[in-house]
Ligand binder design. Structure first.
Ligand code: TMP
Length: 254
């Protein structure tokens, strides 16, 4: 196969030019980072699992009418997505206090929030992804008021749906981060869910034990990181065919 053109390499994914114009291949790495790249490691099999988990969640969200960039999974570590103009915001939706919200307001981790809270962070590693308000976003032109309305309503729909989906498999969706992109069709523009949804970008706690089944196991050196990602995939019913043994998979990256 001809060598593909790499468009971008991020901390957990590599993007390549897709087979047709307007498409991109997302390659999921096993690399893990935390605290804006200060902590680095490898979670064996993570890329394979996140590729599957994100595929599964994006397909389900698509089925309830949430527009996404997802087209199809190509292989163990790659999926085809539509090329979108990424809006430089990390949209965080929180149901239960944890992480930076707990730190900022001194609220114990695990405290249910009075209602779901949506926050925006400016995607900029050099600035450490600062939290921003709608005022900053519209004044600096990162998104319009209409874009923000669309993102907020999609974020809440995604949250409602994922809360139920995870509850059904004994998992509490504490919080998660999503990104949106602009999909252009001639002069028409639609805001669509982009990037990924996986245990890298969610806090997922077992309902009964409160055991963490997400990247906090890596961030906080809790051990059993691979096992936690596998457990999420297992409960979603999507462990790769060969089971955990298959997670290394063939090296498909070129
Ligand atoms: P936080 O409590 O550290 O602000 O994180 C909130 C959620 O966002 C949590 O589920 C982890 C996710 N997240 C990312 O996906 N990427 C990031 O860079 C950060 C800081 C958080």
């Amino acid at each position: 196969m001809a060598r593909r053109k790499q468009i971008y390499e991020g901390k957990a994914k590599v993007l390549f030019e897709g087979p047709e114009p307007g498409t991109i291949v997302q390659y999921f790495k096993d690399d893990a980072t935390a605290f804006n790249n200060k902590k680095r490691g490898v979670i064996t099999g993570k890329g394979v699992l996140n590729n599957r988990i994100s595929e599964h969640l994006m397909i389900k969200l698509g089925e309830i009418g949430v527009p996404t960039h997802f087209v199809r999974r190509l292989n163990m570590r790659e999926q085809l997505v539509r090329e979108v103009e990424i809006i430089p915001l990390e949209v965080v939706i929180r149901n239960v206090a944890a992480g930076s919200l707990s730190q900022r307001f001194g609220i114990a981790e695990g405290t249910p929030l009075p209602r779901s809270i949506v926050e925006y962070y400016y995607k900029n590693d050099a600035l450490n992804d600062p939290m921003v308000t709608e005022e900053h976003i519209t004044a600096f032109g990162w998104a319009t008021t209409q874009d923000l309305d669309d993102m907020m309503s999609l974020a809440l729909r995604i949250n409602d749906f994922l809360l139920g989906l995870f509850l059904g498999i004994g998992i509490r969706l504490v919080d998660f981060k999503i990104e949106f992109g602009r999909l252009w069709n001639g002069d028409d523009m639609q805001i669509v869910l982009a990037d990924e949804i996986s245990p890298d970008s969610c806090r997922l706690w077992d309902i009964k034990s409160n055991e963490k089944l997400d990247k906090d196991r890596f961030r906080r050196d809790l051990g059993q990181v691979e096992e936690a990602y596998q457990e999420v995939a297992r409960r979603l019913g999507i462990l790769p065919e060969g089971g955990p043994r298959d997670l290394k998979g063939p090296a498909t990256m070129q």
